[in-house]
Design a protein around this ligand. Structure first.
Ligand code: SAH
Ligand code: SF4
Ligand code: F3S
Length: 436
């Protein structure tokens, strides 16, 4: 029998990317192969994000695009997975009756049973937070060769309840995977060609599946032969313990790049966001990190226009950014999310939010560009990932996560090489091999 085809579209954060790979593997056991073309698919799965209103609404416009396909081929099955599935559940099928299957982020190991149910003409809904560990049910993945970089989820869920955020509701309470399982998965990835692993968690530095916390796990992973680079994301400032700060100075395989969101620079707003720290505490933490690893590149997330944010509060965010100097950053207009405390509070007008976002992004872009330009003339180590746009070009990432293009015939994906940076463009660097 010809294999059935599965088309998965992924929205949202890196954890969804990881989850989509796991869903493809779970369905692989049911005779499904993935396809890049929805029109060839026997099943379409949207792995969705609920973080901002725009993200959530995308799902419905995407579903609308499949109406014709579904009308032409009624045996095409359509599923919604991920955080919108968790947040809206059955409502999705009410709003869009052509959806056959809704599965939350904690239940996707049950996809095979759900698929059987929809194949026989039923609908399937599972948004439980089950007792069993979904990762335990995802064994027997194919040993296919992979690219040089991979994500690996080690922690999931969030107990922080920031006043703006849906994640504690869509992903549930903080759970850590045991270190042994993570190490087994990491060795397997390395056998399949992976040289850099990014450990994932909604609060990855709250990881407690190893006696030594996330730092303990990182040191254990550093012993895995063939694994050259370790990264982790996303961290909460309050979970940045001494051992993890030190690891940035002592673990060679841990890359000098840290995503450490602060969201805002005004203590009033930080308090109303329920972030549980002040701007000053964040700045002190950055100092300690830079003492451990002076060349550390920092990245952050920022929200503008949080309820009751005044111009002076916003200015405090700009001041904090000036003080830190970010190598990269993500910034968003506050978006009201149903069921979160901040949605009930007095809102900042939309044009005000637009204006602040523009000013904030102008500053962040300037910082990002100046740190990137400062790489010119320096040597970096690049892990090459794929061919570049131009013939004969390869592109990879430096330890600071800058994209670096090199024109050479001697490099293949997975190679690590010392590169002298020669120029800096809008989004990437260019360099030459520097074997000396
Ligand atoms: N766990 C991570 C991030 C989760 S969401 C952390 O704690 O940092 C990623 C980013 O989306 C957040 O850092 C925040 O900047 C943004 N975000 C979350 N909820 C939002 C909302 N309601 N409106 C706008 N941005 C939001
Ligand atoms: Fe959301 Fe805050 Fe948890 Fe991050 S720490 S996932 S922003 S509630
Ligand atoms: Fe979005 Fe869920 Fe990730 S809401 S950001 S996909 S945890």
């Amino acid at each position: 029998m010809a294999p059935k085809k599965l088309y998965i579209k992924t929205y949202g954060c890196q954890m969804n990317v990881y989850d989509s790979e796991r869903m493809a593997e779970a369905m692989g056991g049911e005779g499904y192969e993935t396809t890049e073309r929805p029109e060839d698919a026997d099943m379409i799965l949207l792995n969705t994000c609920h973080i901002r209103e725009k993200a959530a609404e995308k799902v419905y416009s995407e579903l609308g695009r499949y109406k014709g396909l579904k009308a032409a081929r009624p045996d095409l099955k359509i599923g919604v997975a991920g955080c919108v599935a968790q947040a809206e559940g059955e409502e999705i099928m009410r709003r869009q009756p052509m959806v056959d299957l809704v599965v939350g982020p904690q239940s996707y190991h049950r996809l095979p049973e759900m698929e059987a149910k929809v194949r026989s003409g039923g609908k399937a809904l599972d948004t439980d937070f089950p007792e069993e560990d979904k990762f335990d049910h995802l064994k027997g993945r194919p040993k296919a060769k992979r690219g040089p970089t991979a994500f690996l989820t080690v922690q999931e869920g969030c107990d922080k309840f920031c006043a703006f955020c849906v994640v504690p509701y869509t992903r549930g309470a903080e759970v850590s995977r045991p270190a042994e399982r993570v190490l087994t998965e990491a060795r397997d990835l390395v056998e399949r060609g992976v040289r850099e692993i990014t450990l994932l968690g909604q609060n990855v530095n709250a990881y407690h599946g190893h006696d030594g916390g996330l730092a303990g796990l990182i040191h254990a992973l550093a012993e895995v032969d063939g694994l050259e680079r370790i990264r982790f994301t996303t961290s909460h400032p309050n979970d940045m313990d001494e051992a993890l700060i030190e690891a940035h100075g002592t673990c060679d395989k841990l890359m000098p790049y840290l995503h450490l969101p602060v969201q805002a620079g005004s203590d009033k707003i930080l308090k109303r966001m329920n972030r549980q720290h002040t701007a000053e505490q964040y700045l002190r933490l950055i100092e300690r990190l830079r003492a451990a690893r002076p060349d550390l590149h920092l990245s952050g997330d920022f929200i503008v226009g949080f309820p009751e944010e005044t111009e002076a509060d916003f200015q405090a965010t700009l001041d904090l950014i000036e003080a830190v100097e970010y190598g990269s950053a993500f910034s968003f207009k506050y978006s009201e999310r149903p069921g979160t405390p901040a949605a009930e509070r007095p809102q900042v007008p939309e044009d005000e939010k637009d204006d602040r976002l523009q000013r904030l992004q102008a500053l962040l872009t300037k910082q990002q560009r100046s740190l990137q330009d400062a790489m010119v003339g320096r040597d970096v180590h690049v892990l090459f990932e794929k061919p570049g746009r131009l013939p004969g070009q390869m592109v990879g990432k430096s330890e600071y996560l800058h994209a670096v293009h090199v024109e050479t015939s001697g490099i293949v994906p997975g190679d690590l090489a010392r590169i002298r940076i020669e120029s800096s463009g809008p989004n990437s660097l260019k360099g030459v091999m520097n074997p000396l």
